[in-house]
Design a protein around this ligand. Structure first.
Ligand code: PLP
Length: 238
């Protein structure tokens, strides 16, 4: 059976290959390892294989895992945790205290709470505005026409640092459609930059569509299954 180290190596090679095909530098693409539903032990294995950046969807699960991983790791190793699941108002305090990034901002109210709750002693919380580029097919994220107004409002919040945009398009095997969705997000980022916002992050691409995302300019890919294997919940056993 392939180990997590093997899987990470294979994913890094896929990223390098896709970057080369697009005439881009692989070093400019961050690999976010999505560990949701997988036990802390699997994260510890990924850390041992050199991975430092992790994505989680559920706040309570993430916090338990952060504590377990920290207890088992060399304190000199700094990990970066990204929230990539939907965020409700009653969880913002924990998220402001424990995460380094929140990729799922789609309302000003949630962003304002995160800013108010982020301690002055810490670096500002990095955030991305989540965009629904697929229309009706997916429900999370702000509509493309609302991105600029939300981005400008979020950029004004003192304890947040708006870094860019994120999307989860509808799953499809149609590579042309994958590319069209990702291109839309890149164009929205370019428009936001043209309006004066200093943004550097385009979070798009998962295990099944990372090549299309990299071809369209992804600076961060969020990879779960290709690193950690199928999630229990998807196998119908949890
Ligand atoms: C679960 C998840 C991923 C990872 O998906 P895979 O297909 O397992 O690579 C990426 N992004 C988000 C927002 C997710 O919820």
């Amino acid at each position: 059976m392939a180990t997590i180290a093997d899987n990470l190596q294979a994913v890094r090679e896929r990223i390098a290959h896709a970057a080369r095909a697009a005439g881009r530098e692989a070093e400019k693409i961050t690999l976010l390892a999505v560990s949701k539903t997988h036990p802390a032990q699997r994260v510890i294995e990924a850390v041992a294989a050199g991975q430092r950046t992790f994505g989680e969807n559920y706040v309570q699960e993430a916090v338990r895992k952060m504590d377990a991983v920290a207890a088992a790791s060399d304190p000199g190793i700094a990990l970066e945790w990204h929230l990539i699941g939907p965020l409700q108002s009653n969880k913002t305090r924990t998220v402001a205290e424990r995460f380094d990034w929140v990729q799922t901002i789609d309302r000003e109210k949630i962003a304002a709470r995160l800013s108010a709750q982020r301690a002055d002693t810490r670096a500002p919380l990095n955030v991305l505005v989540q965009v629904n580029v697929s229309g009706e097919a997916s429900k999370s994220g702000v509509a493309p026409e609302s991105v600029l107004a939300l981005a400008q409002a979020v950029a004004r919040l003192p304890r947040l640092r708006l870094r860019g945009l994120m999307t989860i398009p509808e799953p499809t095997d149609d590579v042309a459609l994958q590319r069209a969705r990702f291109r839309r997000l890149r164009e929205l980022l370019e428009a936001a930059r043209a309006s004066g916002l200093a943004l550097d992050t385009l979070s798009m691409g998962m295990s099944d569509d990372m090549e299309a995302a990299i071809a369209e300019g992804a600076t961060m890919v969020r990879i779960g299954t290709a690193i950690f294997g199928a999630r229990e919940i998807e196998r119908g056993t949890a």
